[in-house]
Design a protein around this ligand. Sequence first.
Ligand SMILES: Nc1ncnc2c1ncn2[C@@H]1O[C@H](COP(=O)(O)OP(=O)(O)O)[C@@H](O)[C@H]1O
Ligand SMILES: [Mg+2]
Length: 221
Amino acid sequence: MDKIVEISGLSKAYTQGHEQILVLEGLDFHISKGEFVSIVGPSGSGKSTFLNIVGLLDDVYSGEIKLFGRKLEDLGEAAKAVLRLENIGFVFQFDSLLPEFTVLENIEMPARVLGKGDPAAGLELLRRFGLEEIAGKLPREISGGEKQRAAMLRALRNGPALLIADEPTGNLDRHNSGVIMDDLRAAAGLGAAVLMVTHNEEAARRADRTLHMGGGKLNAV
Ligand SMILES: Nc1ncnc2c1ncn2[C@@H]1O[C@H](COP(=O)(O)OP(=O)(O)O)[C@@H](O)[C@H]1O
Ligand SMILES: [Mg+2]
């Protein structure tokens, strides 16, 4: 299987006052194309820290990371920025759609940033996930679950090889959590590697593999 992310010996410390807090301690990890991996673990164990590093939002760490077969240490800032925009999608717990734009316009944003805006393609994505009827609605006119699904489609708009979701159902009821899990499964079916942090055991079980964050490492559950 094609490896989308390969990590070995990843360590990360935060400095707080005079103290160094070691959050990740020689962690190893990999995920392949089309694979859906969930990460569970206590609050404060370093899950978001890990996702931010994998998603190129934080580059202060030690260890080796390969994304899409390329060593990050060989890439400059500009190359990493392009890699992130073109290949990585993010969904967070409290995702915000831009309130003055329609759902379709929100979904088109990441494509427009790359100069590849095409409302027909955005609409096709909505259709594929059964959401075409909310295309023209404003965020305040749809439900919380629909907002999170729209944010997820926005993350999928550029066809990312890697979809990173940090507690995507943290704010949703059981029904909508299940719908989001179906969507993430479908995203993996379209070929994305899906990496999700969750507190929801039922959600975690929907993944192909579940890992536990603890002691600065990821271990199979
Ligand atoms: N920017 C930061 N500066 C200092 N410490 C941080 C920072 N971000 C997170 N931490 C600390 O790192 C640890 C891991 O945090 P985090 O990755 O957010 O955990 P999780 O997502 O598993 O709840 C926590 O002890 C947190 O307080
Ligand atoms: Mg977190």
